[in-house]
Design a protein around this ligand. Structure first.
Ligand code: HXC
Length: 510
């Protein structure tokens, strides 16, 4: 018996070294942790249960019969993050460059399928040279099986990708179909075709980092939701992020004990809005002052900064925050900000996370570039996402809510449950000056007339009371009481039930 136990110990030890100490050292030399070190850091100490440690590939071609490594380049299983179960696959670059074989794919599929059955998130730690070249089409089939499972799991359990090394070619499409993609600066990249192919086809010279590094995707393409400084920071932030998420679509959003009083008032908010309506202010200040303990996990902070999205808590319970940012492009909606917020609103709706929206929007961004790149279809994404969402929706208009953008930003008309406005709100088709120049075009040369007409328009619409008079705003609230009013609304809405008409699925303008 002792011998057998010792043999098991030896087998485990052999599997744990992956591609061997030399390759682990190379990995460390690049500033990267090994696949197992990453899993250990991600999960609560001692909670990781590994599966399929002895699985090997079945390829005999190109001398592969003599090269079998237990685990076949991916560490899979489940563990806990702050006591809550999560599944993981962590690709091991030290084994055939983390490349995906038929067996490697089957290991990933096993954890994904179980995650859907039990209702727990799937975290992918991607670090792979792509399809296992020696296996040819079997490897492509493995990828397709993973893609299909990504789609089937979408909206059922949260799927989060942390790209921590190469991710190229068709392999990028598995992370692309997950709910969030995070990357590590300088050591990870994602692209469909690499710099060499780009050079051959388009004659453009570009480095890996510039083409598809973490910072590029977090700031230029919006593919990555954040880029972290290194593996350790990435995994610690991932733990923090997962704490906000429900385990599946069957669950209410998680709640944790909260010591921040829902009654807390913030007097400084009474002076947040500048006297000049064209002077920007930082919407993040409002968010941080309203949410529990100023704890806000911002998503996509480096891209489409004219809209802020992220997760926070109110009275201990997770909420999704969507807010126009007057500091960037005056907070207007454009193609990227609409796409960014639409996907997030849909994520929140999938997973029963209430949405709190702060509005200061002067409208959609004008321009040939915007029109020719389909602001119509892209703006419609956000409108569609808000309109179809059945989770509790609380909206606060702080200043401008102009034109179609007023309707889009979780207005009463598209089923905002509780819609508040600050006394500084201006709810109108457009700003007074623009409106008067259109309605009273014949008076444009007459400065006195235009000034008095502008004042008249401002009096009527540059305030929240016309909208409140029509019942489109439930109350005009004191800025300092914003937290209390939102907390009460969310508490009232906890038992909300709304069902959309039966359909196979909707047809959001993609
Ligand atoms: C098999 C692979 C591999 C792969 C790397 N290796 N990629 N083995 N299949 N796809 C092996 C290497 O042979 C090497 O083995 C070890 O992993 C480490 O690789 P290095 O090249 O030494 O590492 P590095 O210099 O860091 O370069 C990493 C790399 C490079 C840039 C990822 O390895 C590379 O270009 N690999 C090929 C990438 C590729 O073309 N993949 C297929 C893409 S098409 P030894 O034994 O020497 O240590 C694709 C399609 C997916 O993925 C389609 C889905 C639908």
């Amino acid at each position: 018996m002792r011998d057998i136990i010792q043999q098991l110990d030896e087998k485990r030890a052999a599997a744990r070294v992956g591609g061997g100490q030399r390759r682990v050292s190379v990995q460390h030399g690049k500033g990267k942790l090994s696949a197992r070190e990453r899993v250990e850091l991600l999960f609560d100490e001692g909670s990781f249960e590994e599966w399929d440690m002895y699985v090997e590939h079945r390829c005999e071609d190109f001398g592969m019969g003599d090269q079998r490594v237990p685990g076949d380049g991916v560490v899979t299983g489940y563990g806990t993050i702050n006591g809550r179960p999560m599944f993981v696959f962590s690709q091991d670059f030290t084994v055939f460059g983390g490349s995906l074989s038929e067996s490697h794919a089957k290991k990933i599929l096993k954890v994904m399928e179980k995650a859907v059955q039990v209702g727990a998130p799937v975290i992918g730690l991607n670090d792979s040279g792509g399809a296992r070249i020696q296996e040819g089409v079997s490897s492509l089939a493995g990828y397709a099986d993973v893609f299909l499972q990504n789609v089937l799991a979408s909206g059922v359990v949260p799927q989060v990708s942390m790209v921590m090394g190469p991710c190229a070619g068709g392999a990028v499409y598995s992370p692309a179909m997950t709910d969030f993609i995070f990357m590590v600066k300088d050591t990870s990249y994602m692209f469909v075709t690499g710099p060499d192919v780009v050079k051959t086809v388009t004659h453009e010279n570009v480095s890996q980092e510039e083409l598809g590094g973490g910072l590029t995707h977090a700031s230029k393409s919006g593919v990555a939701d954040a880029a972290f400084a290194n593996d350790v920071e990435a995994l610690l932030q991932l733990r923090r992020f997962m704490d906000f998420l429900p385990l599946s679509n069957r669950e209410k959003p998680p709640a944790i004990p909260c010591s921040d009083s829902p009654e807390r008032e913030e007097m400084s908010l009474d002076t947040l809005i500048p006297d000049n309506p064209n002077t920007p202010y930082d919407m993040k200040e409002l968010i941080l002052k309203v949410v529990d303990e100023a704890d806000f996990f911002e998503i996509g902070s480096l891209w489409a900064g004219n809209i802020i999205i992220g997760l926070a808590r109110m009275e201990g319970q997770t909420v999704g925050i969507v807010a126009n940012q007057p500091m960037v492009l005056a907070g207007c909606l454009d193609i990227n900000s609409s796409r960014k917020a639409a996907r997030f609103v849909r994520f929140c709706d999938c997973f029963n996370i209430p949405i709190v929206t702060f509005v200061d929007v002067p409208g959609f961004l004008p321009g040939i570039d915007q029109e020719h790149n389909a602001i119509i279809k892209n703006g419609a994404k956000l409108l569609f996402a808000y309109a179809e969402a059945t989770v509790p929706k609380v909206t606060v208009i702080t200043r401008k809510a102009y034109g179609g953008a007023y309707d889009v930003m979780s207005s009463k008309h598209i089923r905002g449950d509780v819609n508040f406005a600050w006394p500084t709100a201006e709810i109108a088709v457009m700003g007074a000056k623009g409106a008067v120049e259109i309605i009273f075009r014949q008076d444009i040369g007459d400065h006195q007339k235009i000034t008095s007409r502008t004042k008249e328009y401002e009096k009527r619409f540059a305030n929240p009371f016309k909208a409140a008079n029509l019942g489109f705003i439930d109350d005009v609230i004191m800025p300092h009481g914003t937290r209390r009013r939102i907390c009460r609304s969310l508490s009232m809405l906890r038992s909300k039930e709304v069902k959309n008409p039966w359909k196979k699925h909707d047809n959001i303008p993609l």
